[in-house]
Write a protein that binds this ligand. Structure first.
Ligand code: FAD
Length: 387
């Protein structure tokens, strides 16, 4: 029997069906050949590689779990595998796909009218249009219920005023899902690029997710027709349901970043000679690698089990929170440890762990910070919300 692969120590591959294995291998090849070679340059120059959008669409990676409208109708496990492989390349690419798939297409699919689905989903699946999900505002992303952006009725139209901050794909988007408070509670609107009064400003000098486009959105007297309102996006709960979908993908994606870090260090420590022997032959490096693989393996098994619960319709918000929290924390700790095992070489873009480590600082913050996910799990355990 061949020894277990270090980065698939408990043979998760054996738990996949043939289609899922094929999807994983196809996306892995795409990442190795077309994504990974670009990422150091994109990170250094703060450039989103928009040349990959058409390829992501061609591979069916946008809205992959949705049925109809040109989407692939894949299983949640398959979507998780896609996220894991993409984040092995860079969290920015997985973020773009998560936003487009879970937050934009998923939201239109779940909360939109048939007319909105038919109009937007095929183009978003083909990547000819990109979308963003604008919930966070400057005064506190953890408490979106206090949003100040508001929409008021004006005849048959709505008029939206406000601002959104930290919006992924926000400078590339053709359509933004804008959450706003109205006299009748929180609602979501499809706001198209070019609408008068709607502007986006790129946020520069991020030290994390540098290959992702992040923007501030400004909405000043923006008029949209009632047909731009998502009819079933009512209340904050609708937004949080979309976030659950995206957090599921993040729980898987984080495993990809950790895998890439461990792969990098395994090969580096085998060729690096210190004190007359390869670094990988020392006890301390071996225990550190073993500890990193332990954390990765636990995260992989958690992600796989979460997908099975989701496929059975039994995954709760608390399950998803625990997995997002655990897996991103594990990946961040692994990335930091792997950076250290590379010594000085680890602080350059020649090796991926520090890039992953910096990206994961965003991943642990967005879609609910670590503390917020701990509080969601705490609420589930005690029956008492503490935030
Ligand atoms: C690169 C990037 C991309 C992003 N993309 C998007 C996007 O596409 N769409 C979108 O809507 N948003 C996006 N976000 C925003 C993100 O979701 C928020 O940053 C996040 O929710 C945290 O909000 P905040 O930054 O305002 O921090 P705050 O909410 O101000 O939190 C600050 C600190 O307080 C802690 N905290 C908060 N409440 C409590 C409490 N009750 N008890 C204890 N501690 C608490 C938090 O854990 C955190 O450590 C993005 C952010 C980044 C950095």
């Amino acid at each position: 029997m061949s020894p277990p692969e270090p980065v698939d120590f408990f043979d998760i591959r054996a738990l996949l069906d043939d289609d899922e294995r094929l999807i994983r291998d196809t996306v892995a090849r795409f990442v190795d050949r077309e994504v990974a070679p670009l990422m150091a340059e994109c990170f250094a120059t703060e450039r989103f590689p928009s040349e990959l959008v058409a390829r992501l669409a061609e591979l069916g990676l946008f809205g992959a779990t949705l049925r109809g409208y040109g989407c692939a109708g894949l299983s949640h496990t398959a979507y998780g595998l896609i996220c894991e492989e993409l984040e092995r390349g860079d969290s920015s690419i997985r973020s773009c796909v998560s936003v487009q798939s879970s937050l934009v297409m998923g939201c239109i699919f779940a909360c939109g009218s048939e007319e909105q689905r038919s109009r937007w989903l095929p183009e978003l699946a083909r990547g000819t249009k990109l979308g963003c999900f604008a919930l966070t505002e400057s005064h506190g992303g953890s408490d979106p219920g206090r949003m100040r952006t508001h929409a008021r009725r004006h005849g048959g139209d709505w008029v939206i005023d406000g601002a959104k901050l930290w919006i992924t794909n926000g400078a590339l988007e053709d359509v933004a899902i804008v959450w706003a408070v109205t006299d009748d509670g929180i609602k979501a609107f499809l706001v198209e690029k070019g609408t008068s009064g709607f502007r986006s400003h790129v946020i520069k000098n991020k030290l994390s997710l540098r290959a992702s486009s992040t923007a501030e959105l400004e909405l000043a007297d923006v008029h949209v027709p009632d047909s731009a309102r998502l009819p079933d996006a009512n209340g904050l709960k609708a937004a949080l349901r979309c976030l659950d979908e995206a957090r599921f993908g993040i729980a898987w994606g984080a495993c990809g970043a950790a895998r890439d870090c461990i792969d990098t260090v395994l090969s580096y420590t085998q060729s690096r000679e210190l004190f007359g022997r390869p670094l990988s032959h020392t006890q301390l490096i071996q225990t550190r690698l073993a500890n990193d693989v332990r954390q990765l393996t636990a995260a992989q098994l958690l992600a796989w089990r979460l997908a099975k619960l989701k496929e059975a319709g039994a995954a709760t918000t608390a399950h998803i929170s625990l997995a997002k929290w655990n897996n991103v924390r594990a990946a961040l700790d692994v990335a930091r440890d792997c950076r250290d095992m590379l010594g000085a070489a680890g602080v350059t873009l020649d090796h991926s762990p520090m890039r992953h480590m910096l990206n994961l600082e965003t991943v642990i913050t967005y879609e609910g910070t670590e503390s917020i996910h701990e509080l969601i799990v705490g609420r589930e355990l005690t029956g008492q919300g503490a935030f």
